[in-house]
Design a protein. Structure first.
Length: 165
């Protein structure tokens, strides 16, 4: 039997890819990478706490995240937290990718993304697929926020109540 030699490999190239326009793919932004690290830390913390997770722990983490936000995101985050906890007390506050979020049975129903999180021109209030908002074949799942009026607050309260049902 002949002895097999390992195949020789040429010099390894980096895993950079290019698009059809010839531009290099840069991968995740610094903000996206930070959000992924925050999510990893959240999952590790949840695993350490196990089923003993207290709603107060989640609320404390959410309030801490909101307090870190610059204005006007902080004011919107505080107001949204008050609206959500009043409209749907069954939802548990928690952080999700470093953002304030509200979950039912451990699954995120809605979240608030500050404008500064990914350096966008507006904050976002969104719902995940666990939200009970189905309305025909198409319905909105995220809203851009630059401020909150009384009418906006009433609409959010109604949507959160429906989403948590």
């Amino acid at each position: 039997m002949a002895e097999r030699k390992p195949a020789e490999k040429g010099p390894q190239q980096s895993a950079k890819s290019t698009t059809a326009t010839g531009k290099e793919f840069k991968g995740l932004t610094d903000e996206e990478r930070a959000a992924m690290k925050q999510r990893t830390q959240e999952l590790k913390a949840e695993a350490r706490r196990g089923p003993r997770t207290d709603k107060a722990d989640g609320e404390s983490a959410v309030l801490d995240k909101i307090a870190e936000m610059p204005e006007p995101d902080r004011a919107m985050g505080e107001r949204l937290h008050a609206i959500i906890t009043a409209s749907a007390p069954a939802l548990s506050p928690k952080t999700w990718y470093g953002m304030p979020a509200y979950a039912k049975d451990g699954k995120v129903v809605c979240f608030f993304q500050a404008a500064q999180k990914f350096k966008t021109r507006y904050a976002t209030f969104g719902f995940n697929d666990t939200a009970n908002l189905d309305d025909g074949a198409m319905w909105p799942v995220a809203f851009a926020l630059t401020g909150l009026t009384a009418a906006d607050e009433a609409r959010i309260a109604a949507l959160v109540k429906k989403a948590a049902s």
